[in-house]
Design a protein around this ligand. Structure first.
Ligand code: NAD
Length: 530
């Protein structure tokens, strides 16, 4: 299959491999040679050559192909979910809900909205001097969109971004995470079976160097999802060649529990939001601030519920939390917890590996007595850790929440919607949920993206579609046989007339306006224009 052949061997990169491993067992599933730079460039070239035909097909035909894709995915939902669990480790219920369902709904959004989104949009204007002009907005594809994606949502992230790119008439070359190539290849096979031409959606399996090759190939835009460190490198290189990019980066999402919150609901929300996908979620609960009067009962409830979680292999339908993706991630989480412990934090649940279950398991962990200076409160943990800290006033909660280089998402928990929304407005984040967390990723209409170091640009919804197109303004003169008033042949009279024209539009009183109109009228019959 051509989409997969872009990883043809290049003797110089023979040593570089993309390896898929079952994180629950450590068993190697498959490996590939990383796609060479030359083959990435060839893939982009093929995509570019095919893209005009895909655009010419029209949005109606593309929507029909997306419908096929949606139906195929629906029919293969369990199979796809099983593959995601095998390669990324998450419980199969999560593979169904946070990956397959999200993609089915994203397809629904594109099917329902792309036609309206891509229509030519008349642009009325108010400047009197321009009244003889008919303007309209066109939304045209960038050409080839490069997508670089991470391992934590190996199906839903590249799929939702690809759906938006494809329906707006772009071709896509996807460079998935080197840890989750199987999910990306499954996505390609679903797209191709649905009717997306092979050159229009291609996968370049490989590592960071393969991603870097894609960044330097002849793409029209890059949609990158991954860590802040890689995002910074990409932004620098994209800046040098003025390539537009969307950067969906990391987060340190705060949860604020106010003194009027429902403790049972908020503690269940905290436990789920912190441990879903074993904490390896960009939208997450990474740090928790609780108003002092609720601190102890809330903490007790979190600890009790965390201890009830069943940790195990994602394929076991009766587990709640699966493994981390690999040893490096485990080590990172462990180091943060150890640093917190050494600086005085108390480990109330978990706080250690779980080797009896497999190589990459870490027990869901609740920490108290944490301070804002600890790494676990400042740096992205991306693991199953819930650090909980007390605060006294709403202002203090906002200060703590905003005291971060990140700004992806946040949540506020309260029985008062008005109070929650008032705080939401003051939090520096791309999304704030009141009385829920993480779930906004499943709202296909809602823009997804961050502020500060969490990135720039948006995916999902109309804002996500907008990122996939170039906005073009087309303007047609309604009186093509008439020279414009402001063309050359200036003079004193003309300057006076133009003063009058400004008075006509902007003077405060109607007498001056009338006088201005009278002065300006002569310009319409101006002689001596070149
Ligand atoms: P990562 O930055 O290590 O890798 C992401 C992708 O970039 C991978 O495909 C990788 O091969 C590629 N890459 C690495 N170096 C590159 C380079 N120099 N040039 C081009 N491509 C390169 O991130 P990860 O570990 O795969 O993912 C976890 C991170 O992603 C976390 O920080 C998480 O918060 C973030 N994330 C953000 C969102 C979001 O929507 N904001 C969603 C999911 C994950």
């Amino acid at each position: 299959m051509r989409s997969i052949n872009v990883m043809a061997a290049d003797p110089q990169v023979e040593a570089r491999k993309a390896v898929s491993v079952d994180p629950a067992t450590g068993v190697r599933l498959r490996q590939w040679d990383c796609t060479s730079e030359k083959d990435v460039h060839l893939a982009v070239k093929r995509a570019g050559a095919a893209q005009t035909g895909w655009d010419d097909l029209g949005v109606g035909r593309r929507i029909a192909i997306l419908r096929n894709f949606q139906q195929l995915l629906y029919e293969k939902k369990s199979e796809v979910a099983d593959l995601i669990t095998k390669e990324a480790g998450k419980p199969s219920a999560e593979a169904l809900l946070t990956e397959v369902l999200v993609v089915l709904d994203a397809a629904r959004f594109c099917i329902d909205h792309a036609y309206h989104f891509l229509r030519q949009e008349p642009l009325p204007h108010g400047n009197l001097a321009m009244k003889t002009k008919a303007g309209e907005i066109l939304r045209q594809p960038h050409g080839v969109i490069g997508i670089i994606s991470p391992w934590n949502y190996p199906f839903s992230i590249p799929a939702t971004e690809s759906l938006a790119a494809l329906v707006t008439g772009n071709a896509v070359v996807l460079k998935p995470s080197e840890f989750t190539s199987l999910c990306a290849l499954e996505l390609a096979s679903l797209f191709h079976e649905a009717g997306v031409p092979k050159d229009i959606f291609q996968v370049a399996v490989g590592d960071g160097a393969t991603g870097s090759a894609l960044l330097h190939a002849d793409i029209g835009k890059l949609i990158f999802t991954g860590s802040v460190a890689t995002g910074r490198r990409i932004a620098e290189q994209a800046g040098a060649r003025l390539l537009p990019v969307v950067l969906e980066l990391g987060g340190k999402d705060p949860m604020i529990v106010l003194d009027d919150a429902d403790i049972d609901v908020a503690s269940s929300g905290a436990v789920w939001g912190a441990f879903v996908n074993a904490g390896q979620a960009c939208l997450s609960i990474e740090r928790c601030y609780v108003q002092r009067s609720l601190y102890e009962p809330f903490l007790d409830a979190c600890v009790r519920k965390t201890k009830q979680l069943r940790v195990g292999h994602g394929s076991d339908r009766d587990i709640d939390v699966g493994p981390l993706i690999h040893e490096r991630q485990l080590h990172h989480v462990e180091a943060q917890v150890e640093e917190a412990r050494a600086r005085g934090a108390r480990v109330l649940a978990g706080g250690k590996r779980f080797p009896e279950m497999g190589p990459n398991f870490y027990l869901p962990t609740v920490l108290s007595e944490v301070t804002q200076e600890m790494a676990v409160m400042r740096e992205e943990t991306f693991g199953p850790v819930l650090p909980v800290m007390a605060f006294d006033t709403d202002d203090e909660a906002i200060r703590l929440a905003n005291d971060s280089e990140y700004g992806l998402a946040a949540s506020v928990w309260t029985r008062s919607r008005a109070r929650g929304e008032a705080l939401a407005r003051r939090i520096q984040a791309g999304t704030v949920m009141v009385n829920d967390a993480v779930a906004c990723f499943g709202i296909s209409e809602a823009p997804h993206g961050g502020v500060k170091a969490s990135g720039m640009g948006r995916t999902h919804g109309n804002f996500g579609l907008e990122e996939m197109v170039r906005t073009k303004y087309v303007d047609a003169e309604r009186l093509p046989g008439v020279k414009r008033v402001w063309w050359y042949g200036y003079g004193r009279t003309f300057s006076r007339q133009m003063e009058g024209f400004l008075e006509l539009q902007f003077a405060r009183d109607w007498r001056s306006r009338l006088r201005g109109g009278w002065k300006a009228a002569g310009a319409l019959a101006r002689k001596g224009r070149l």
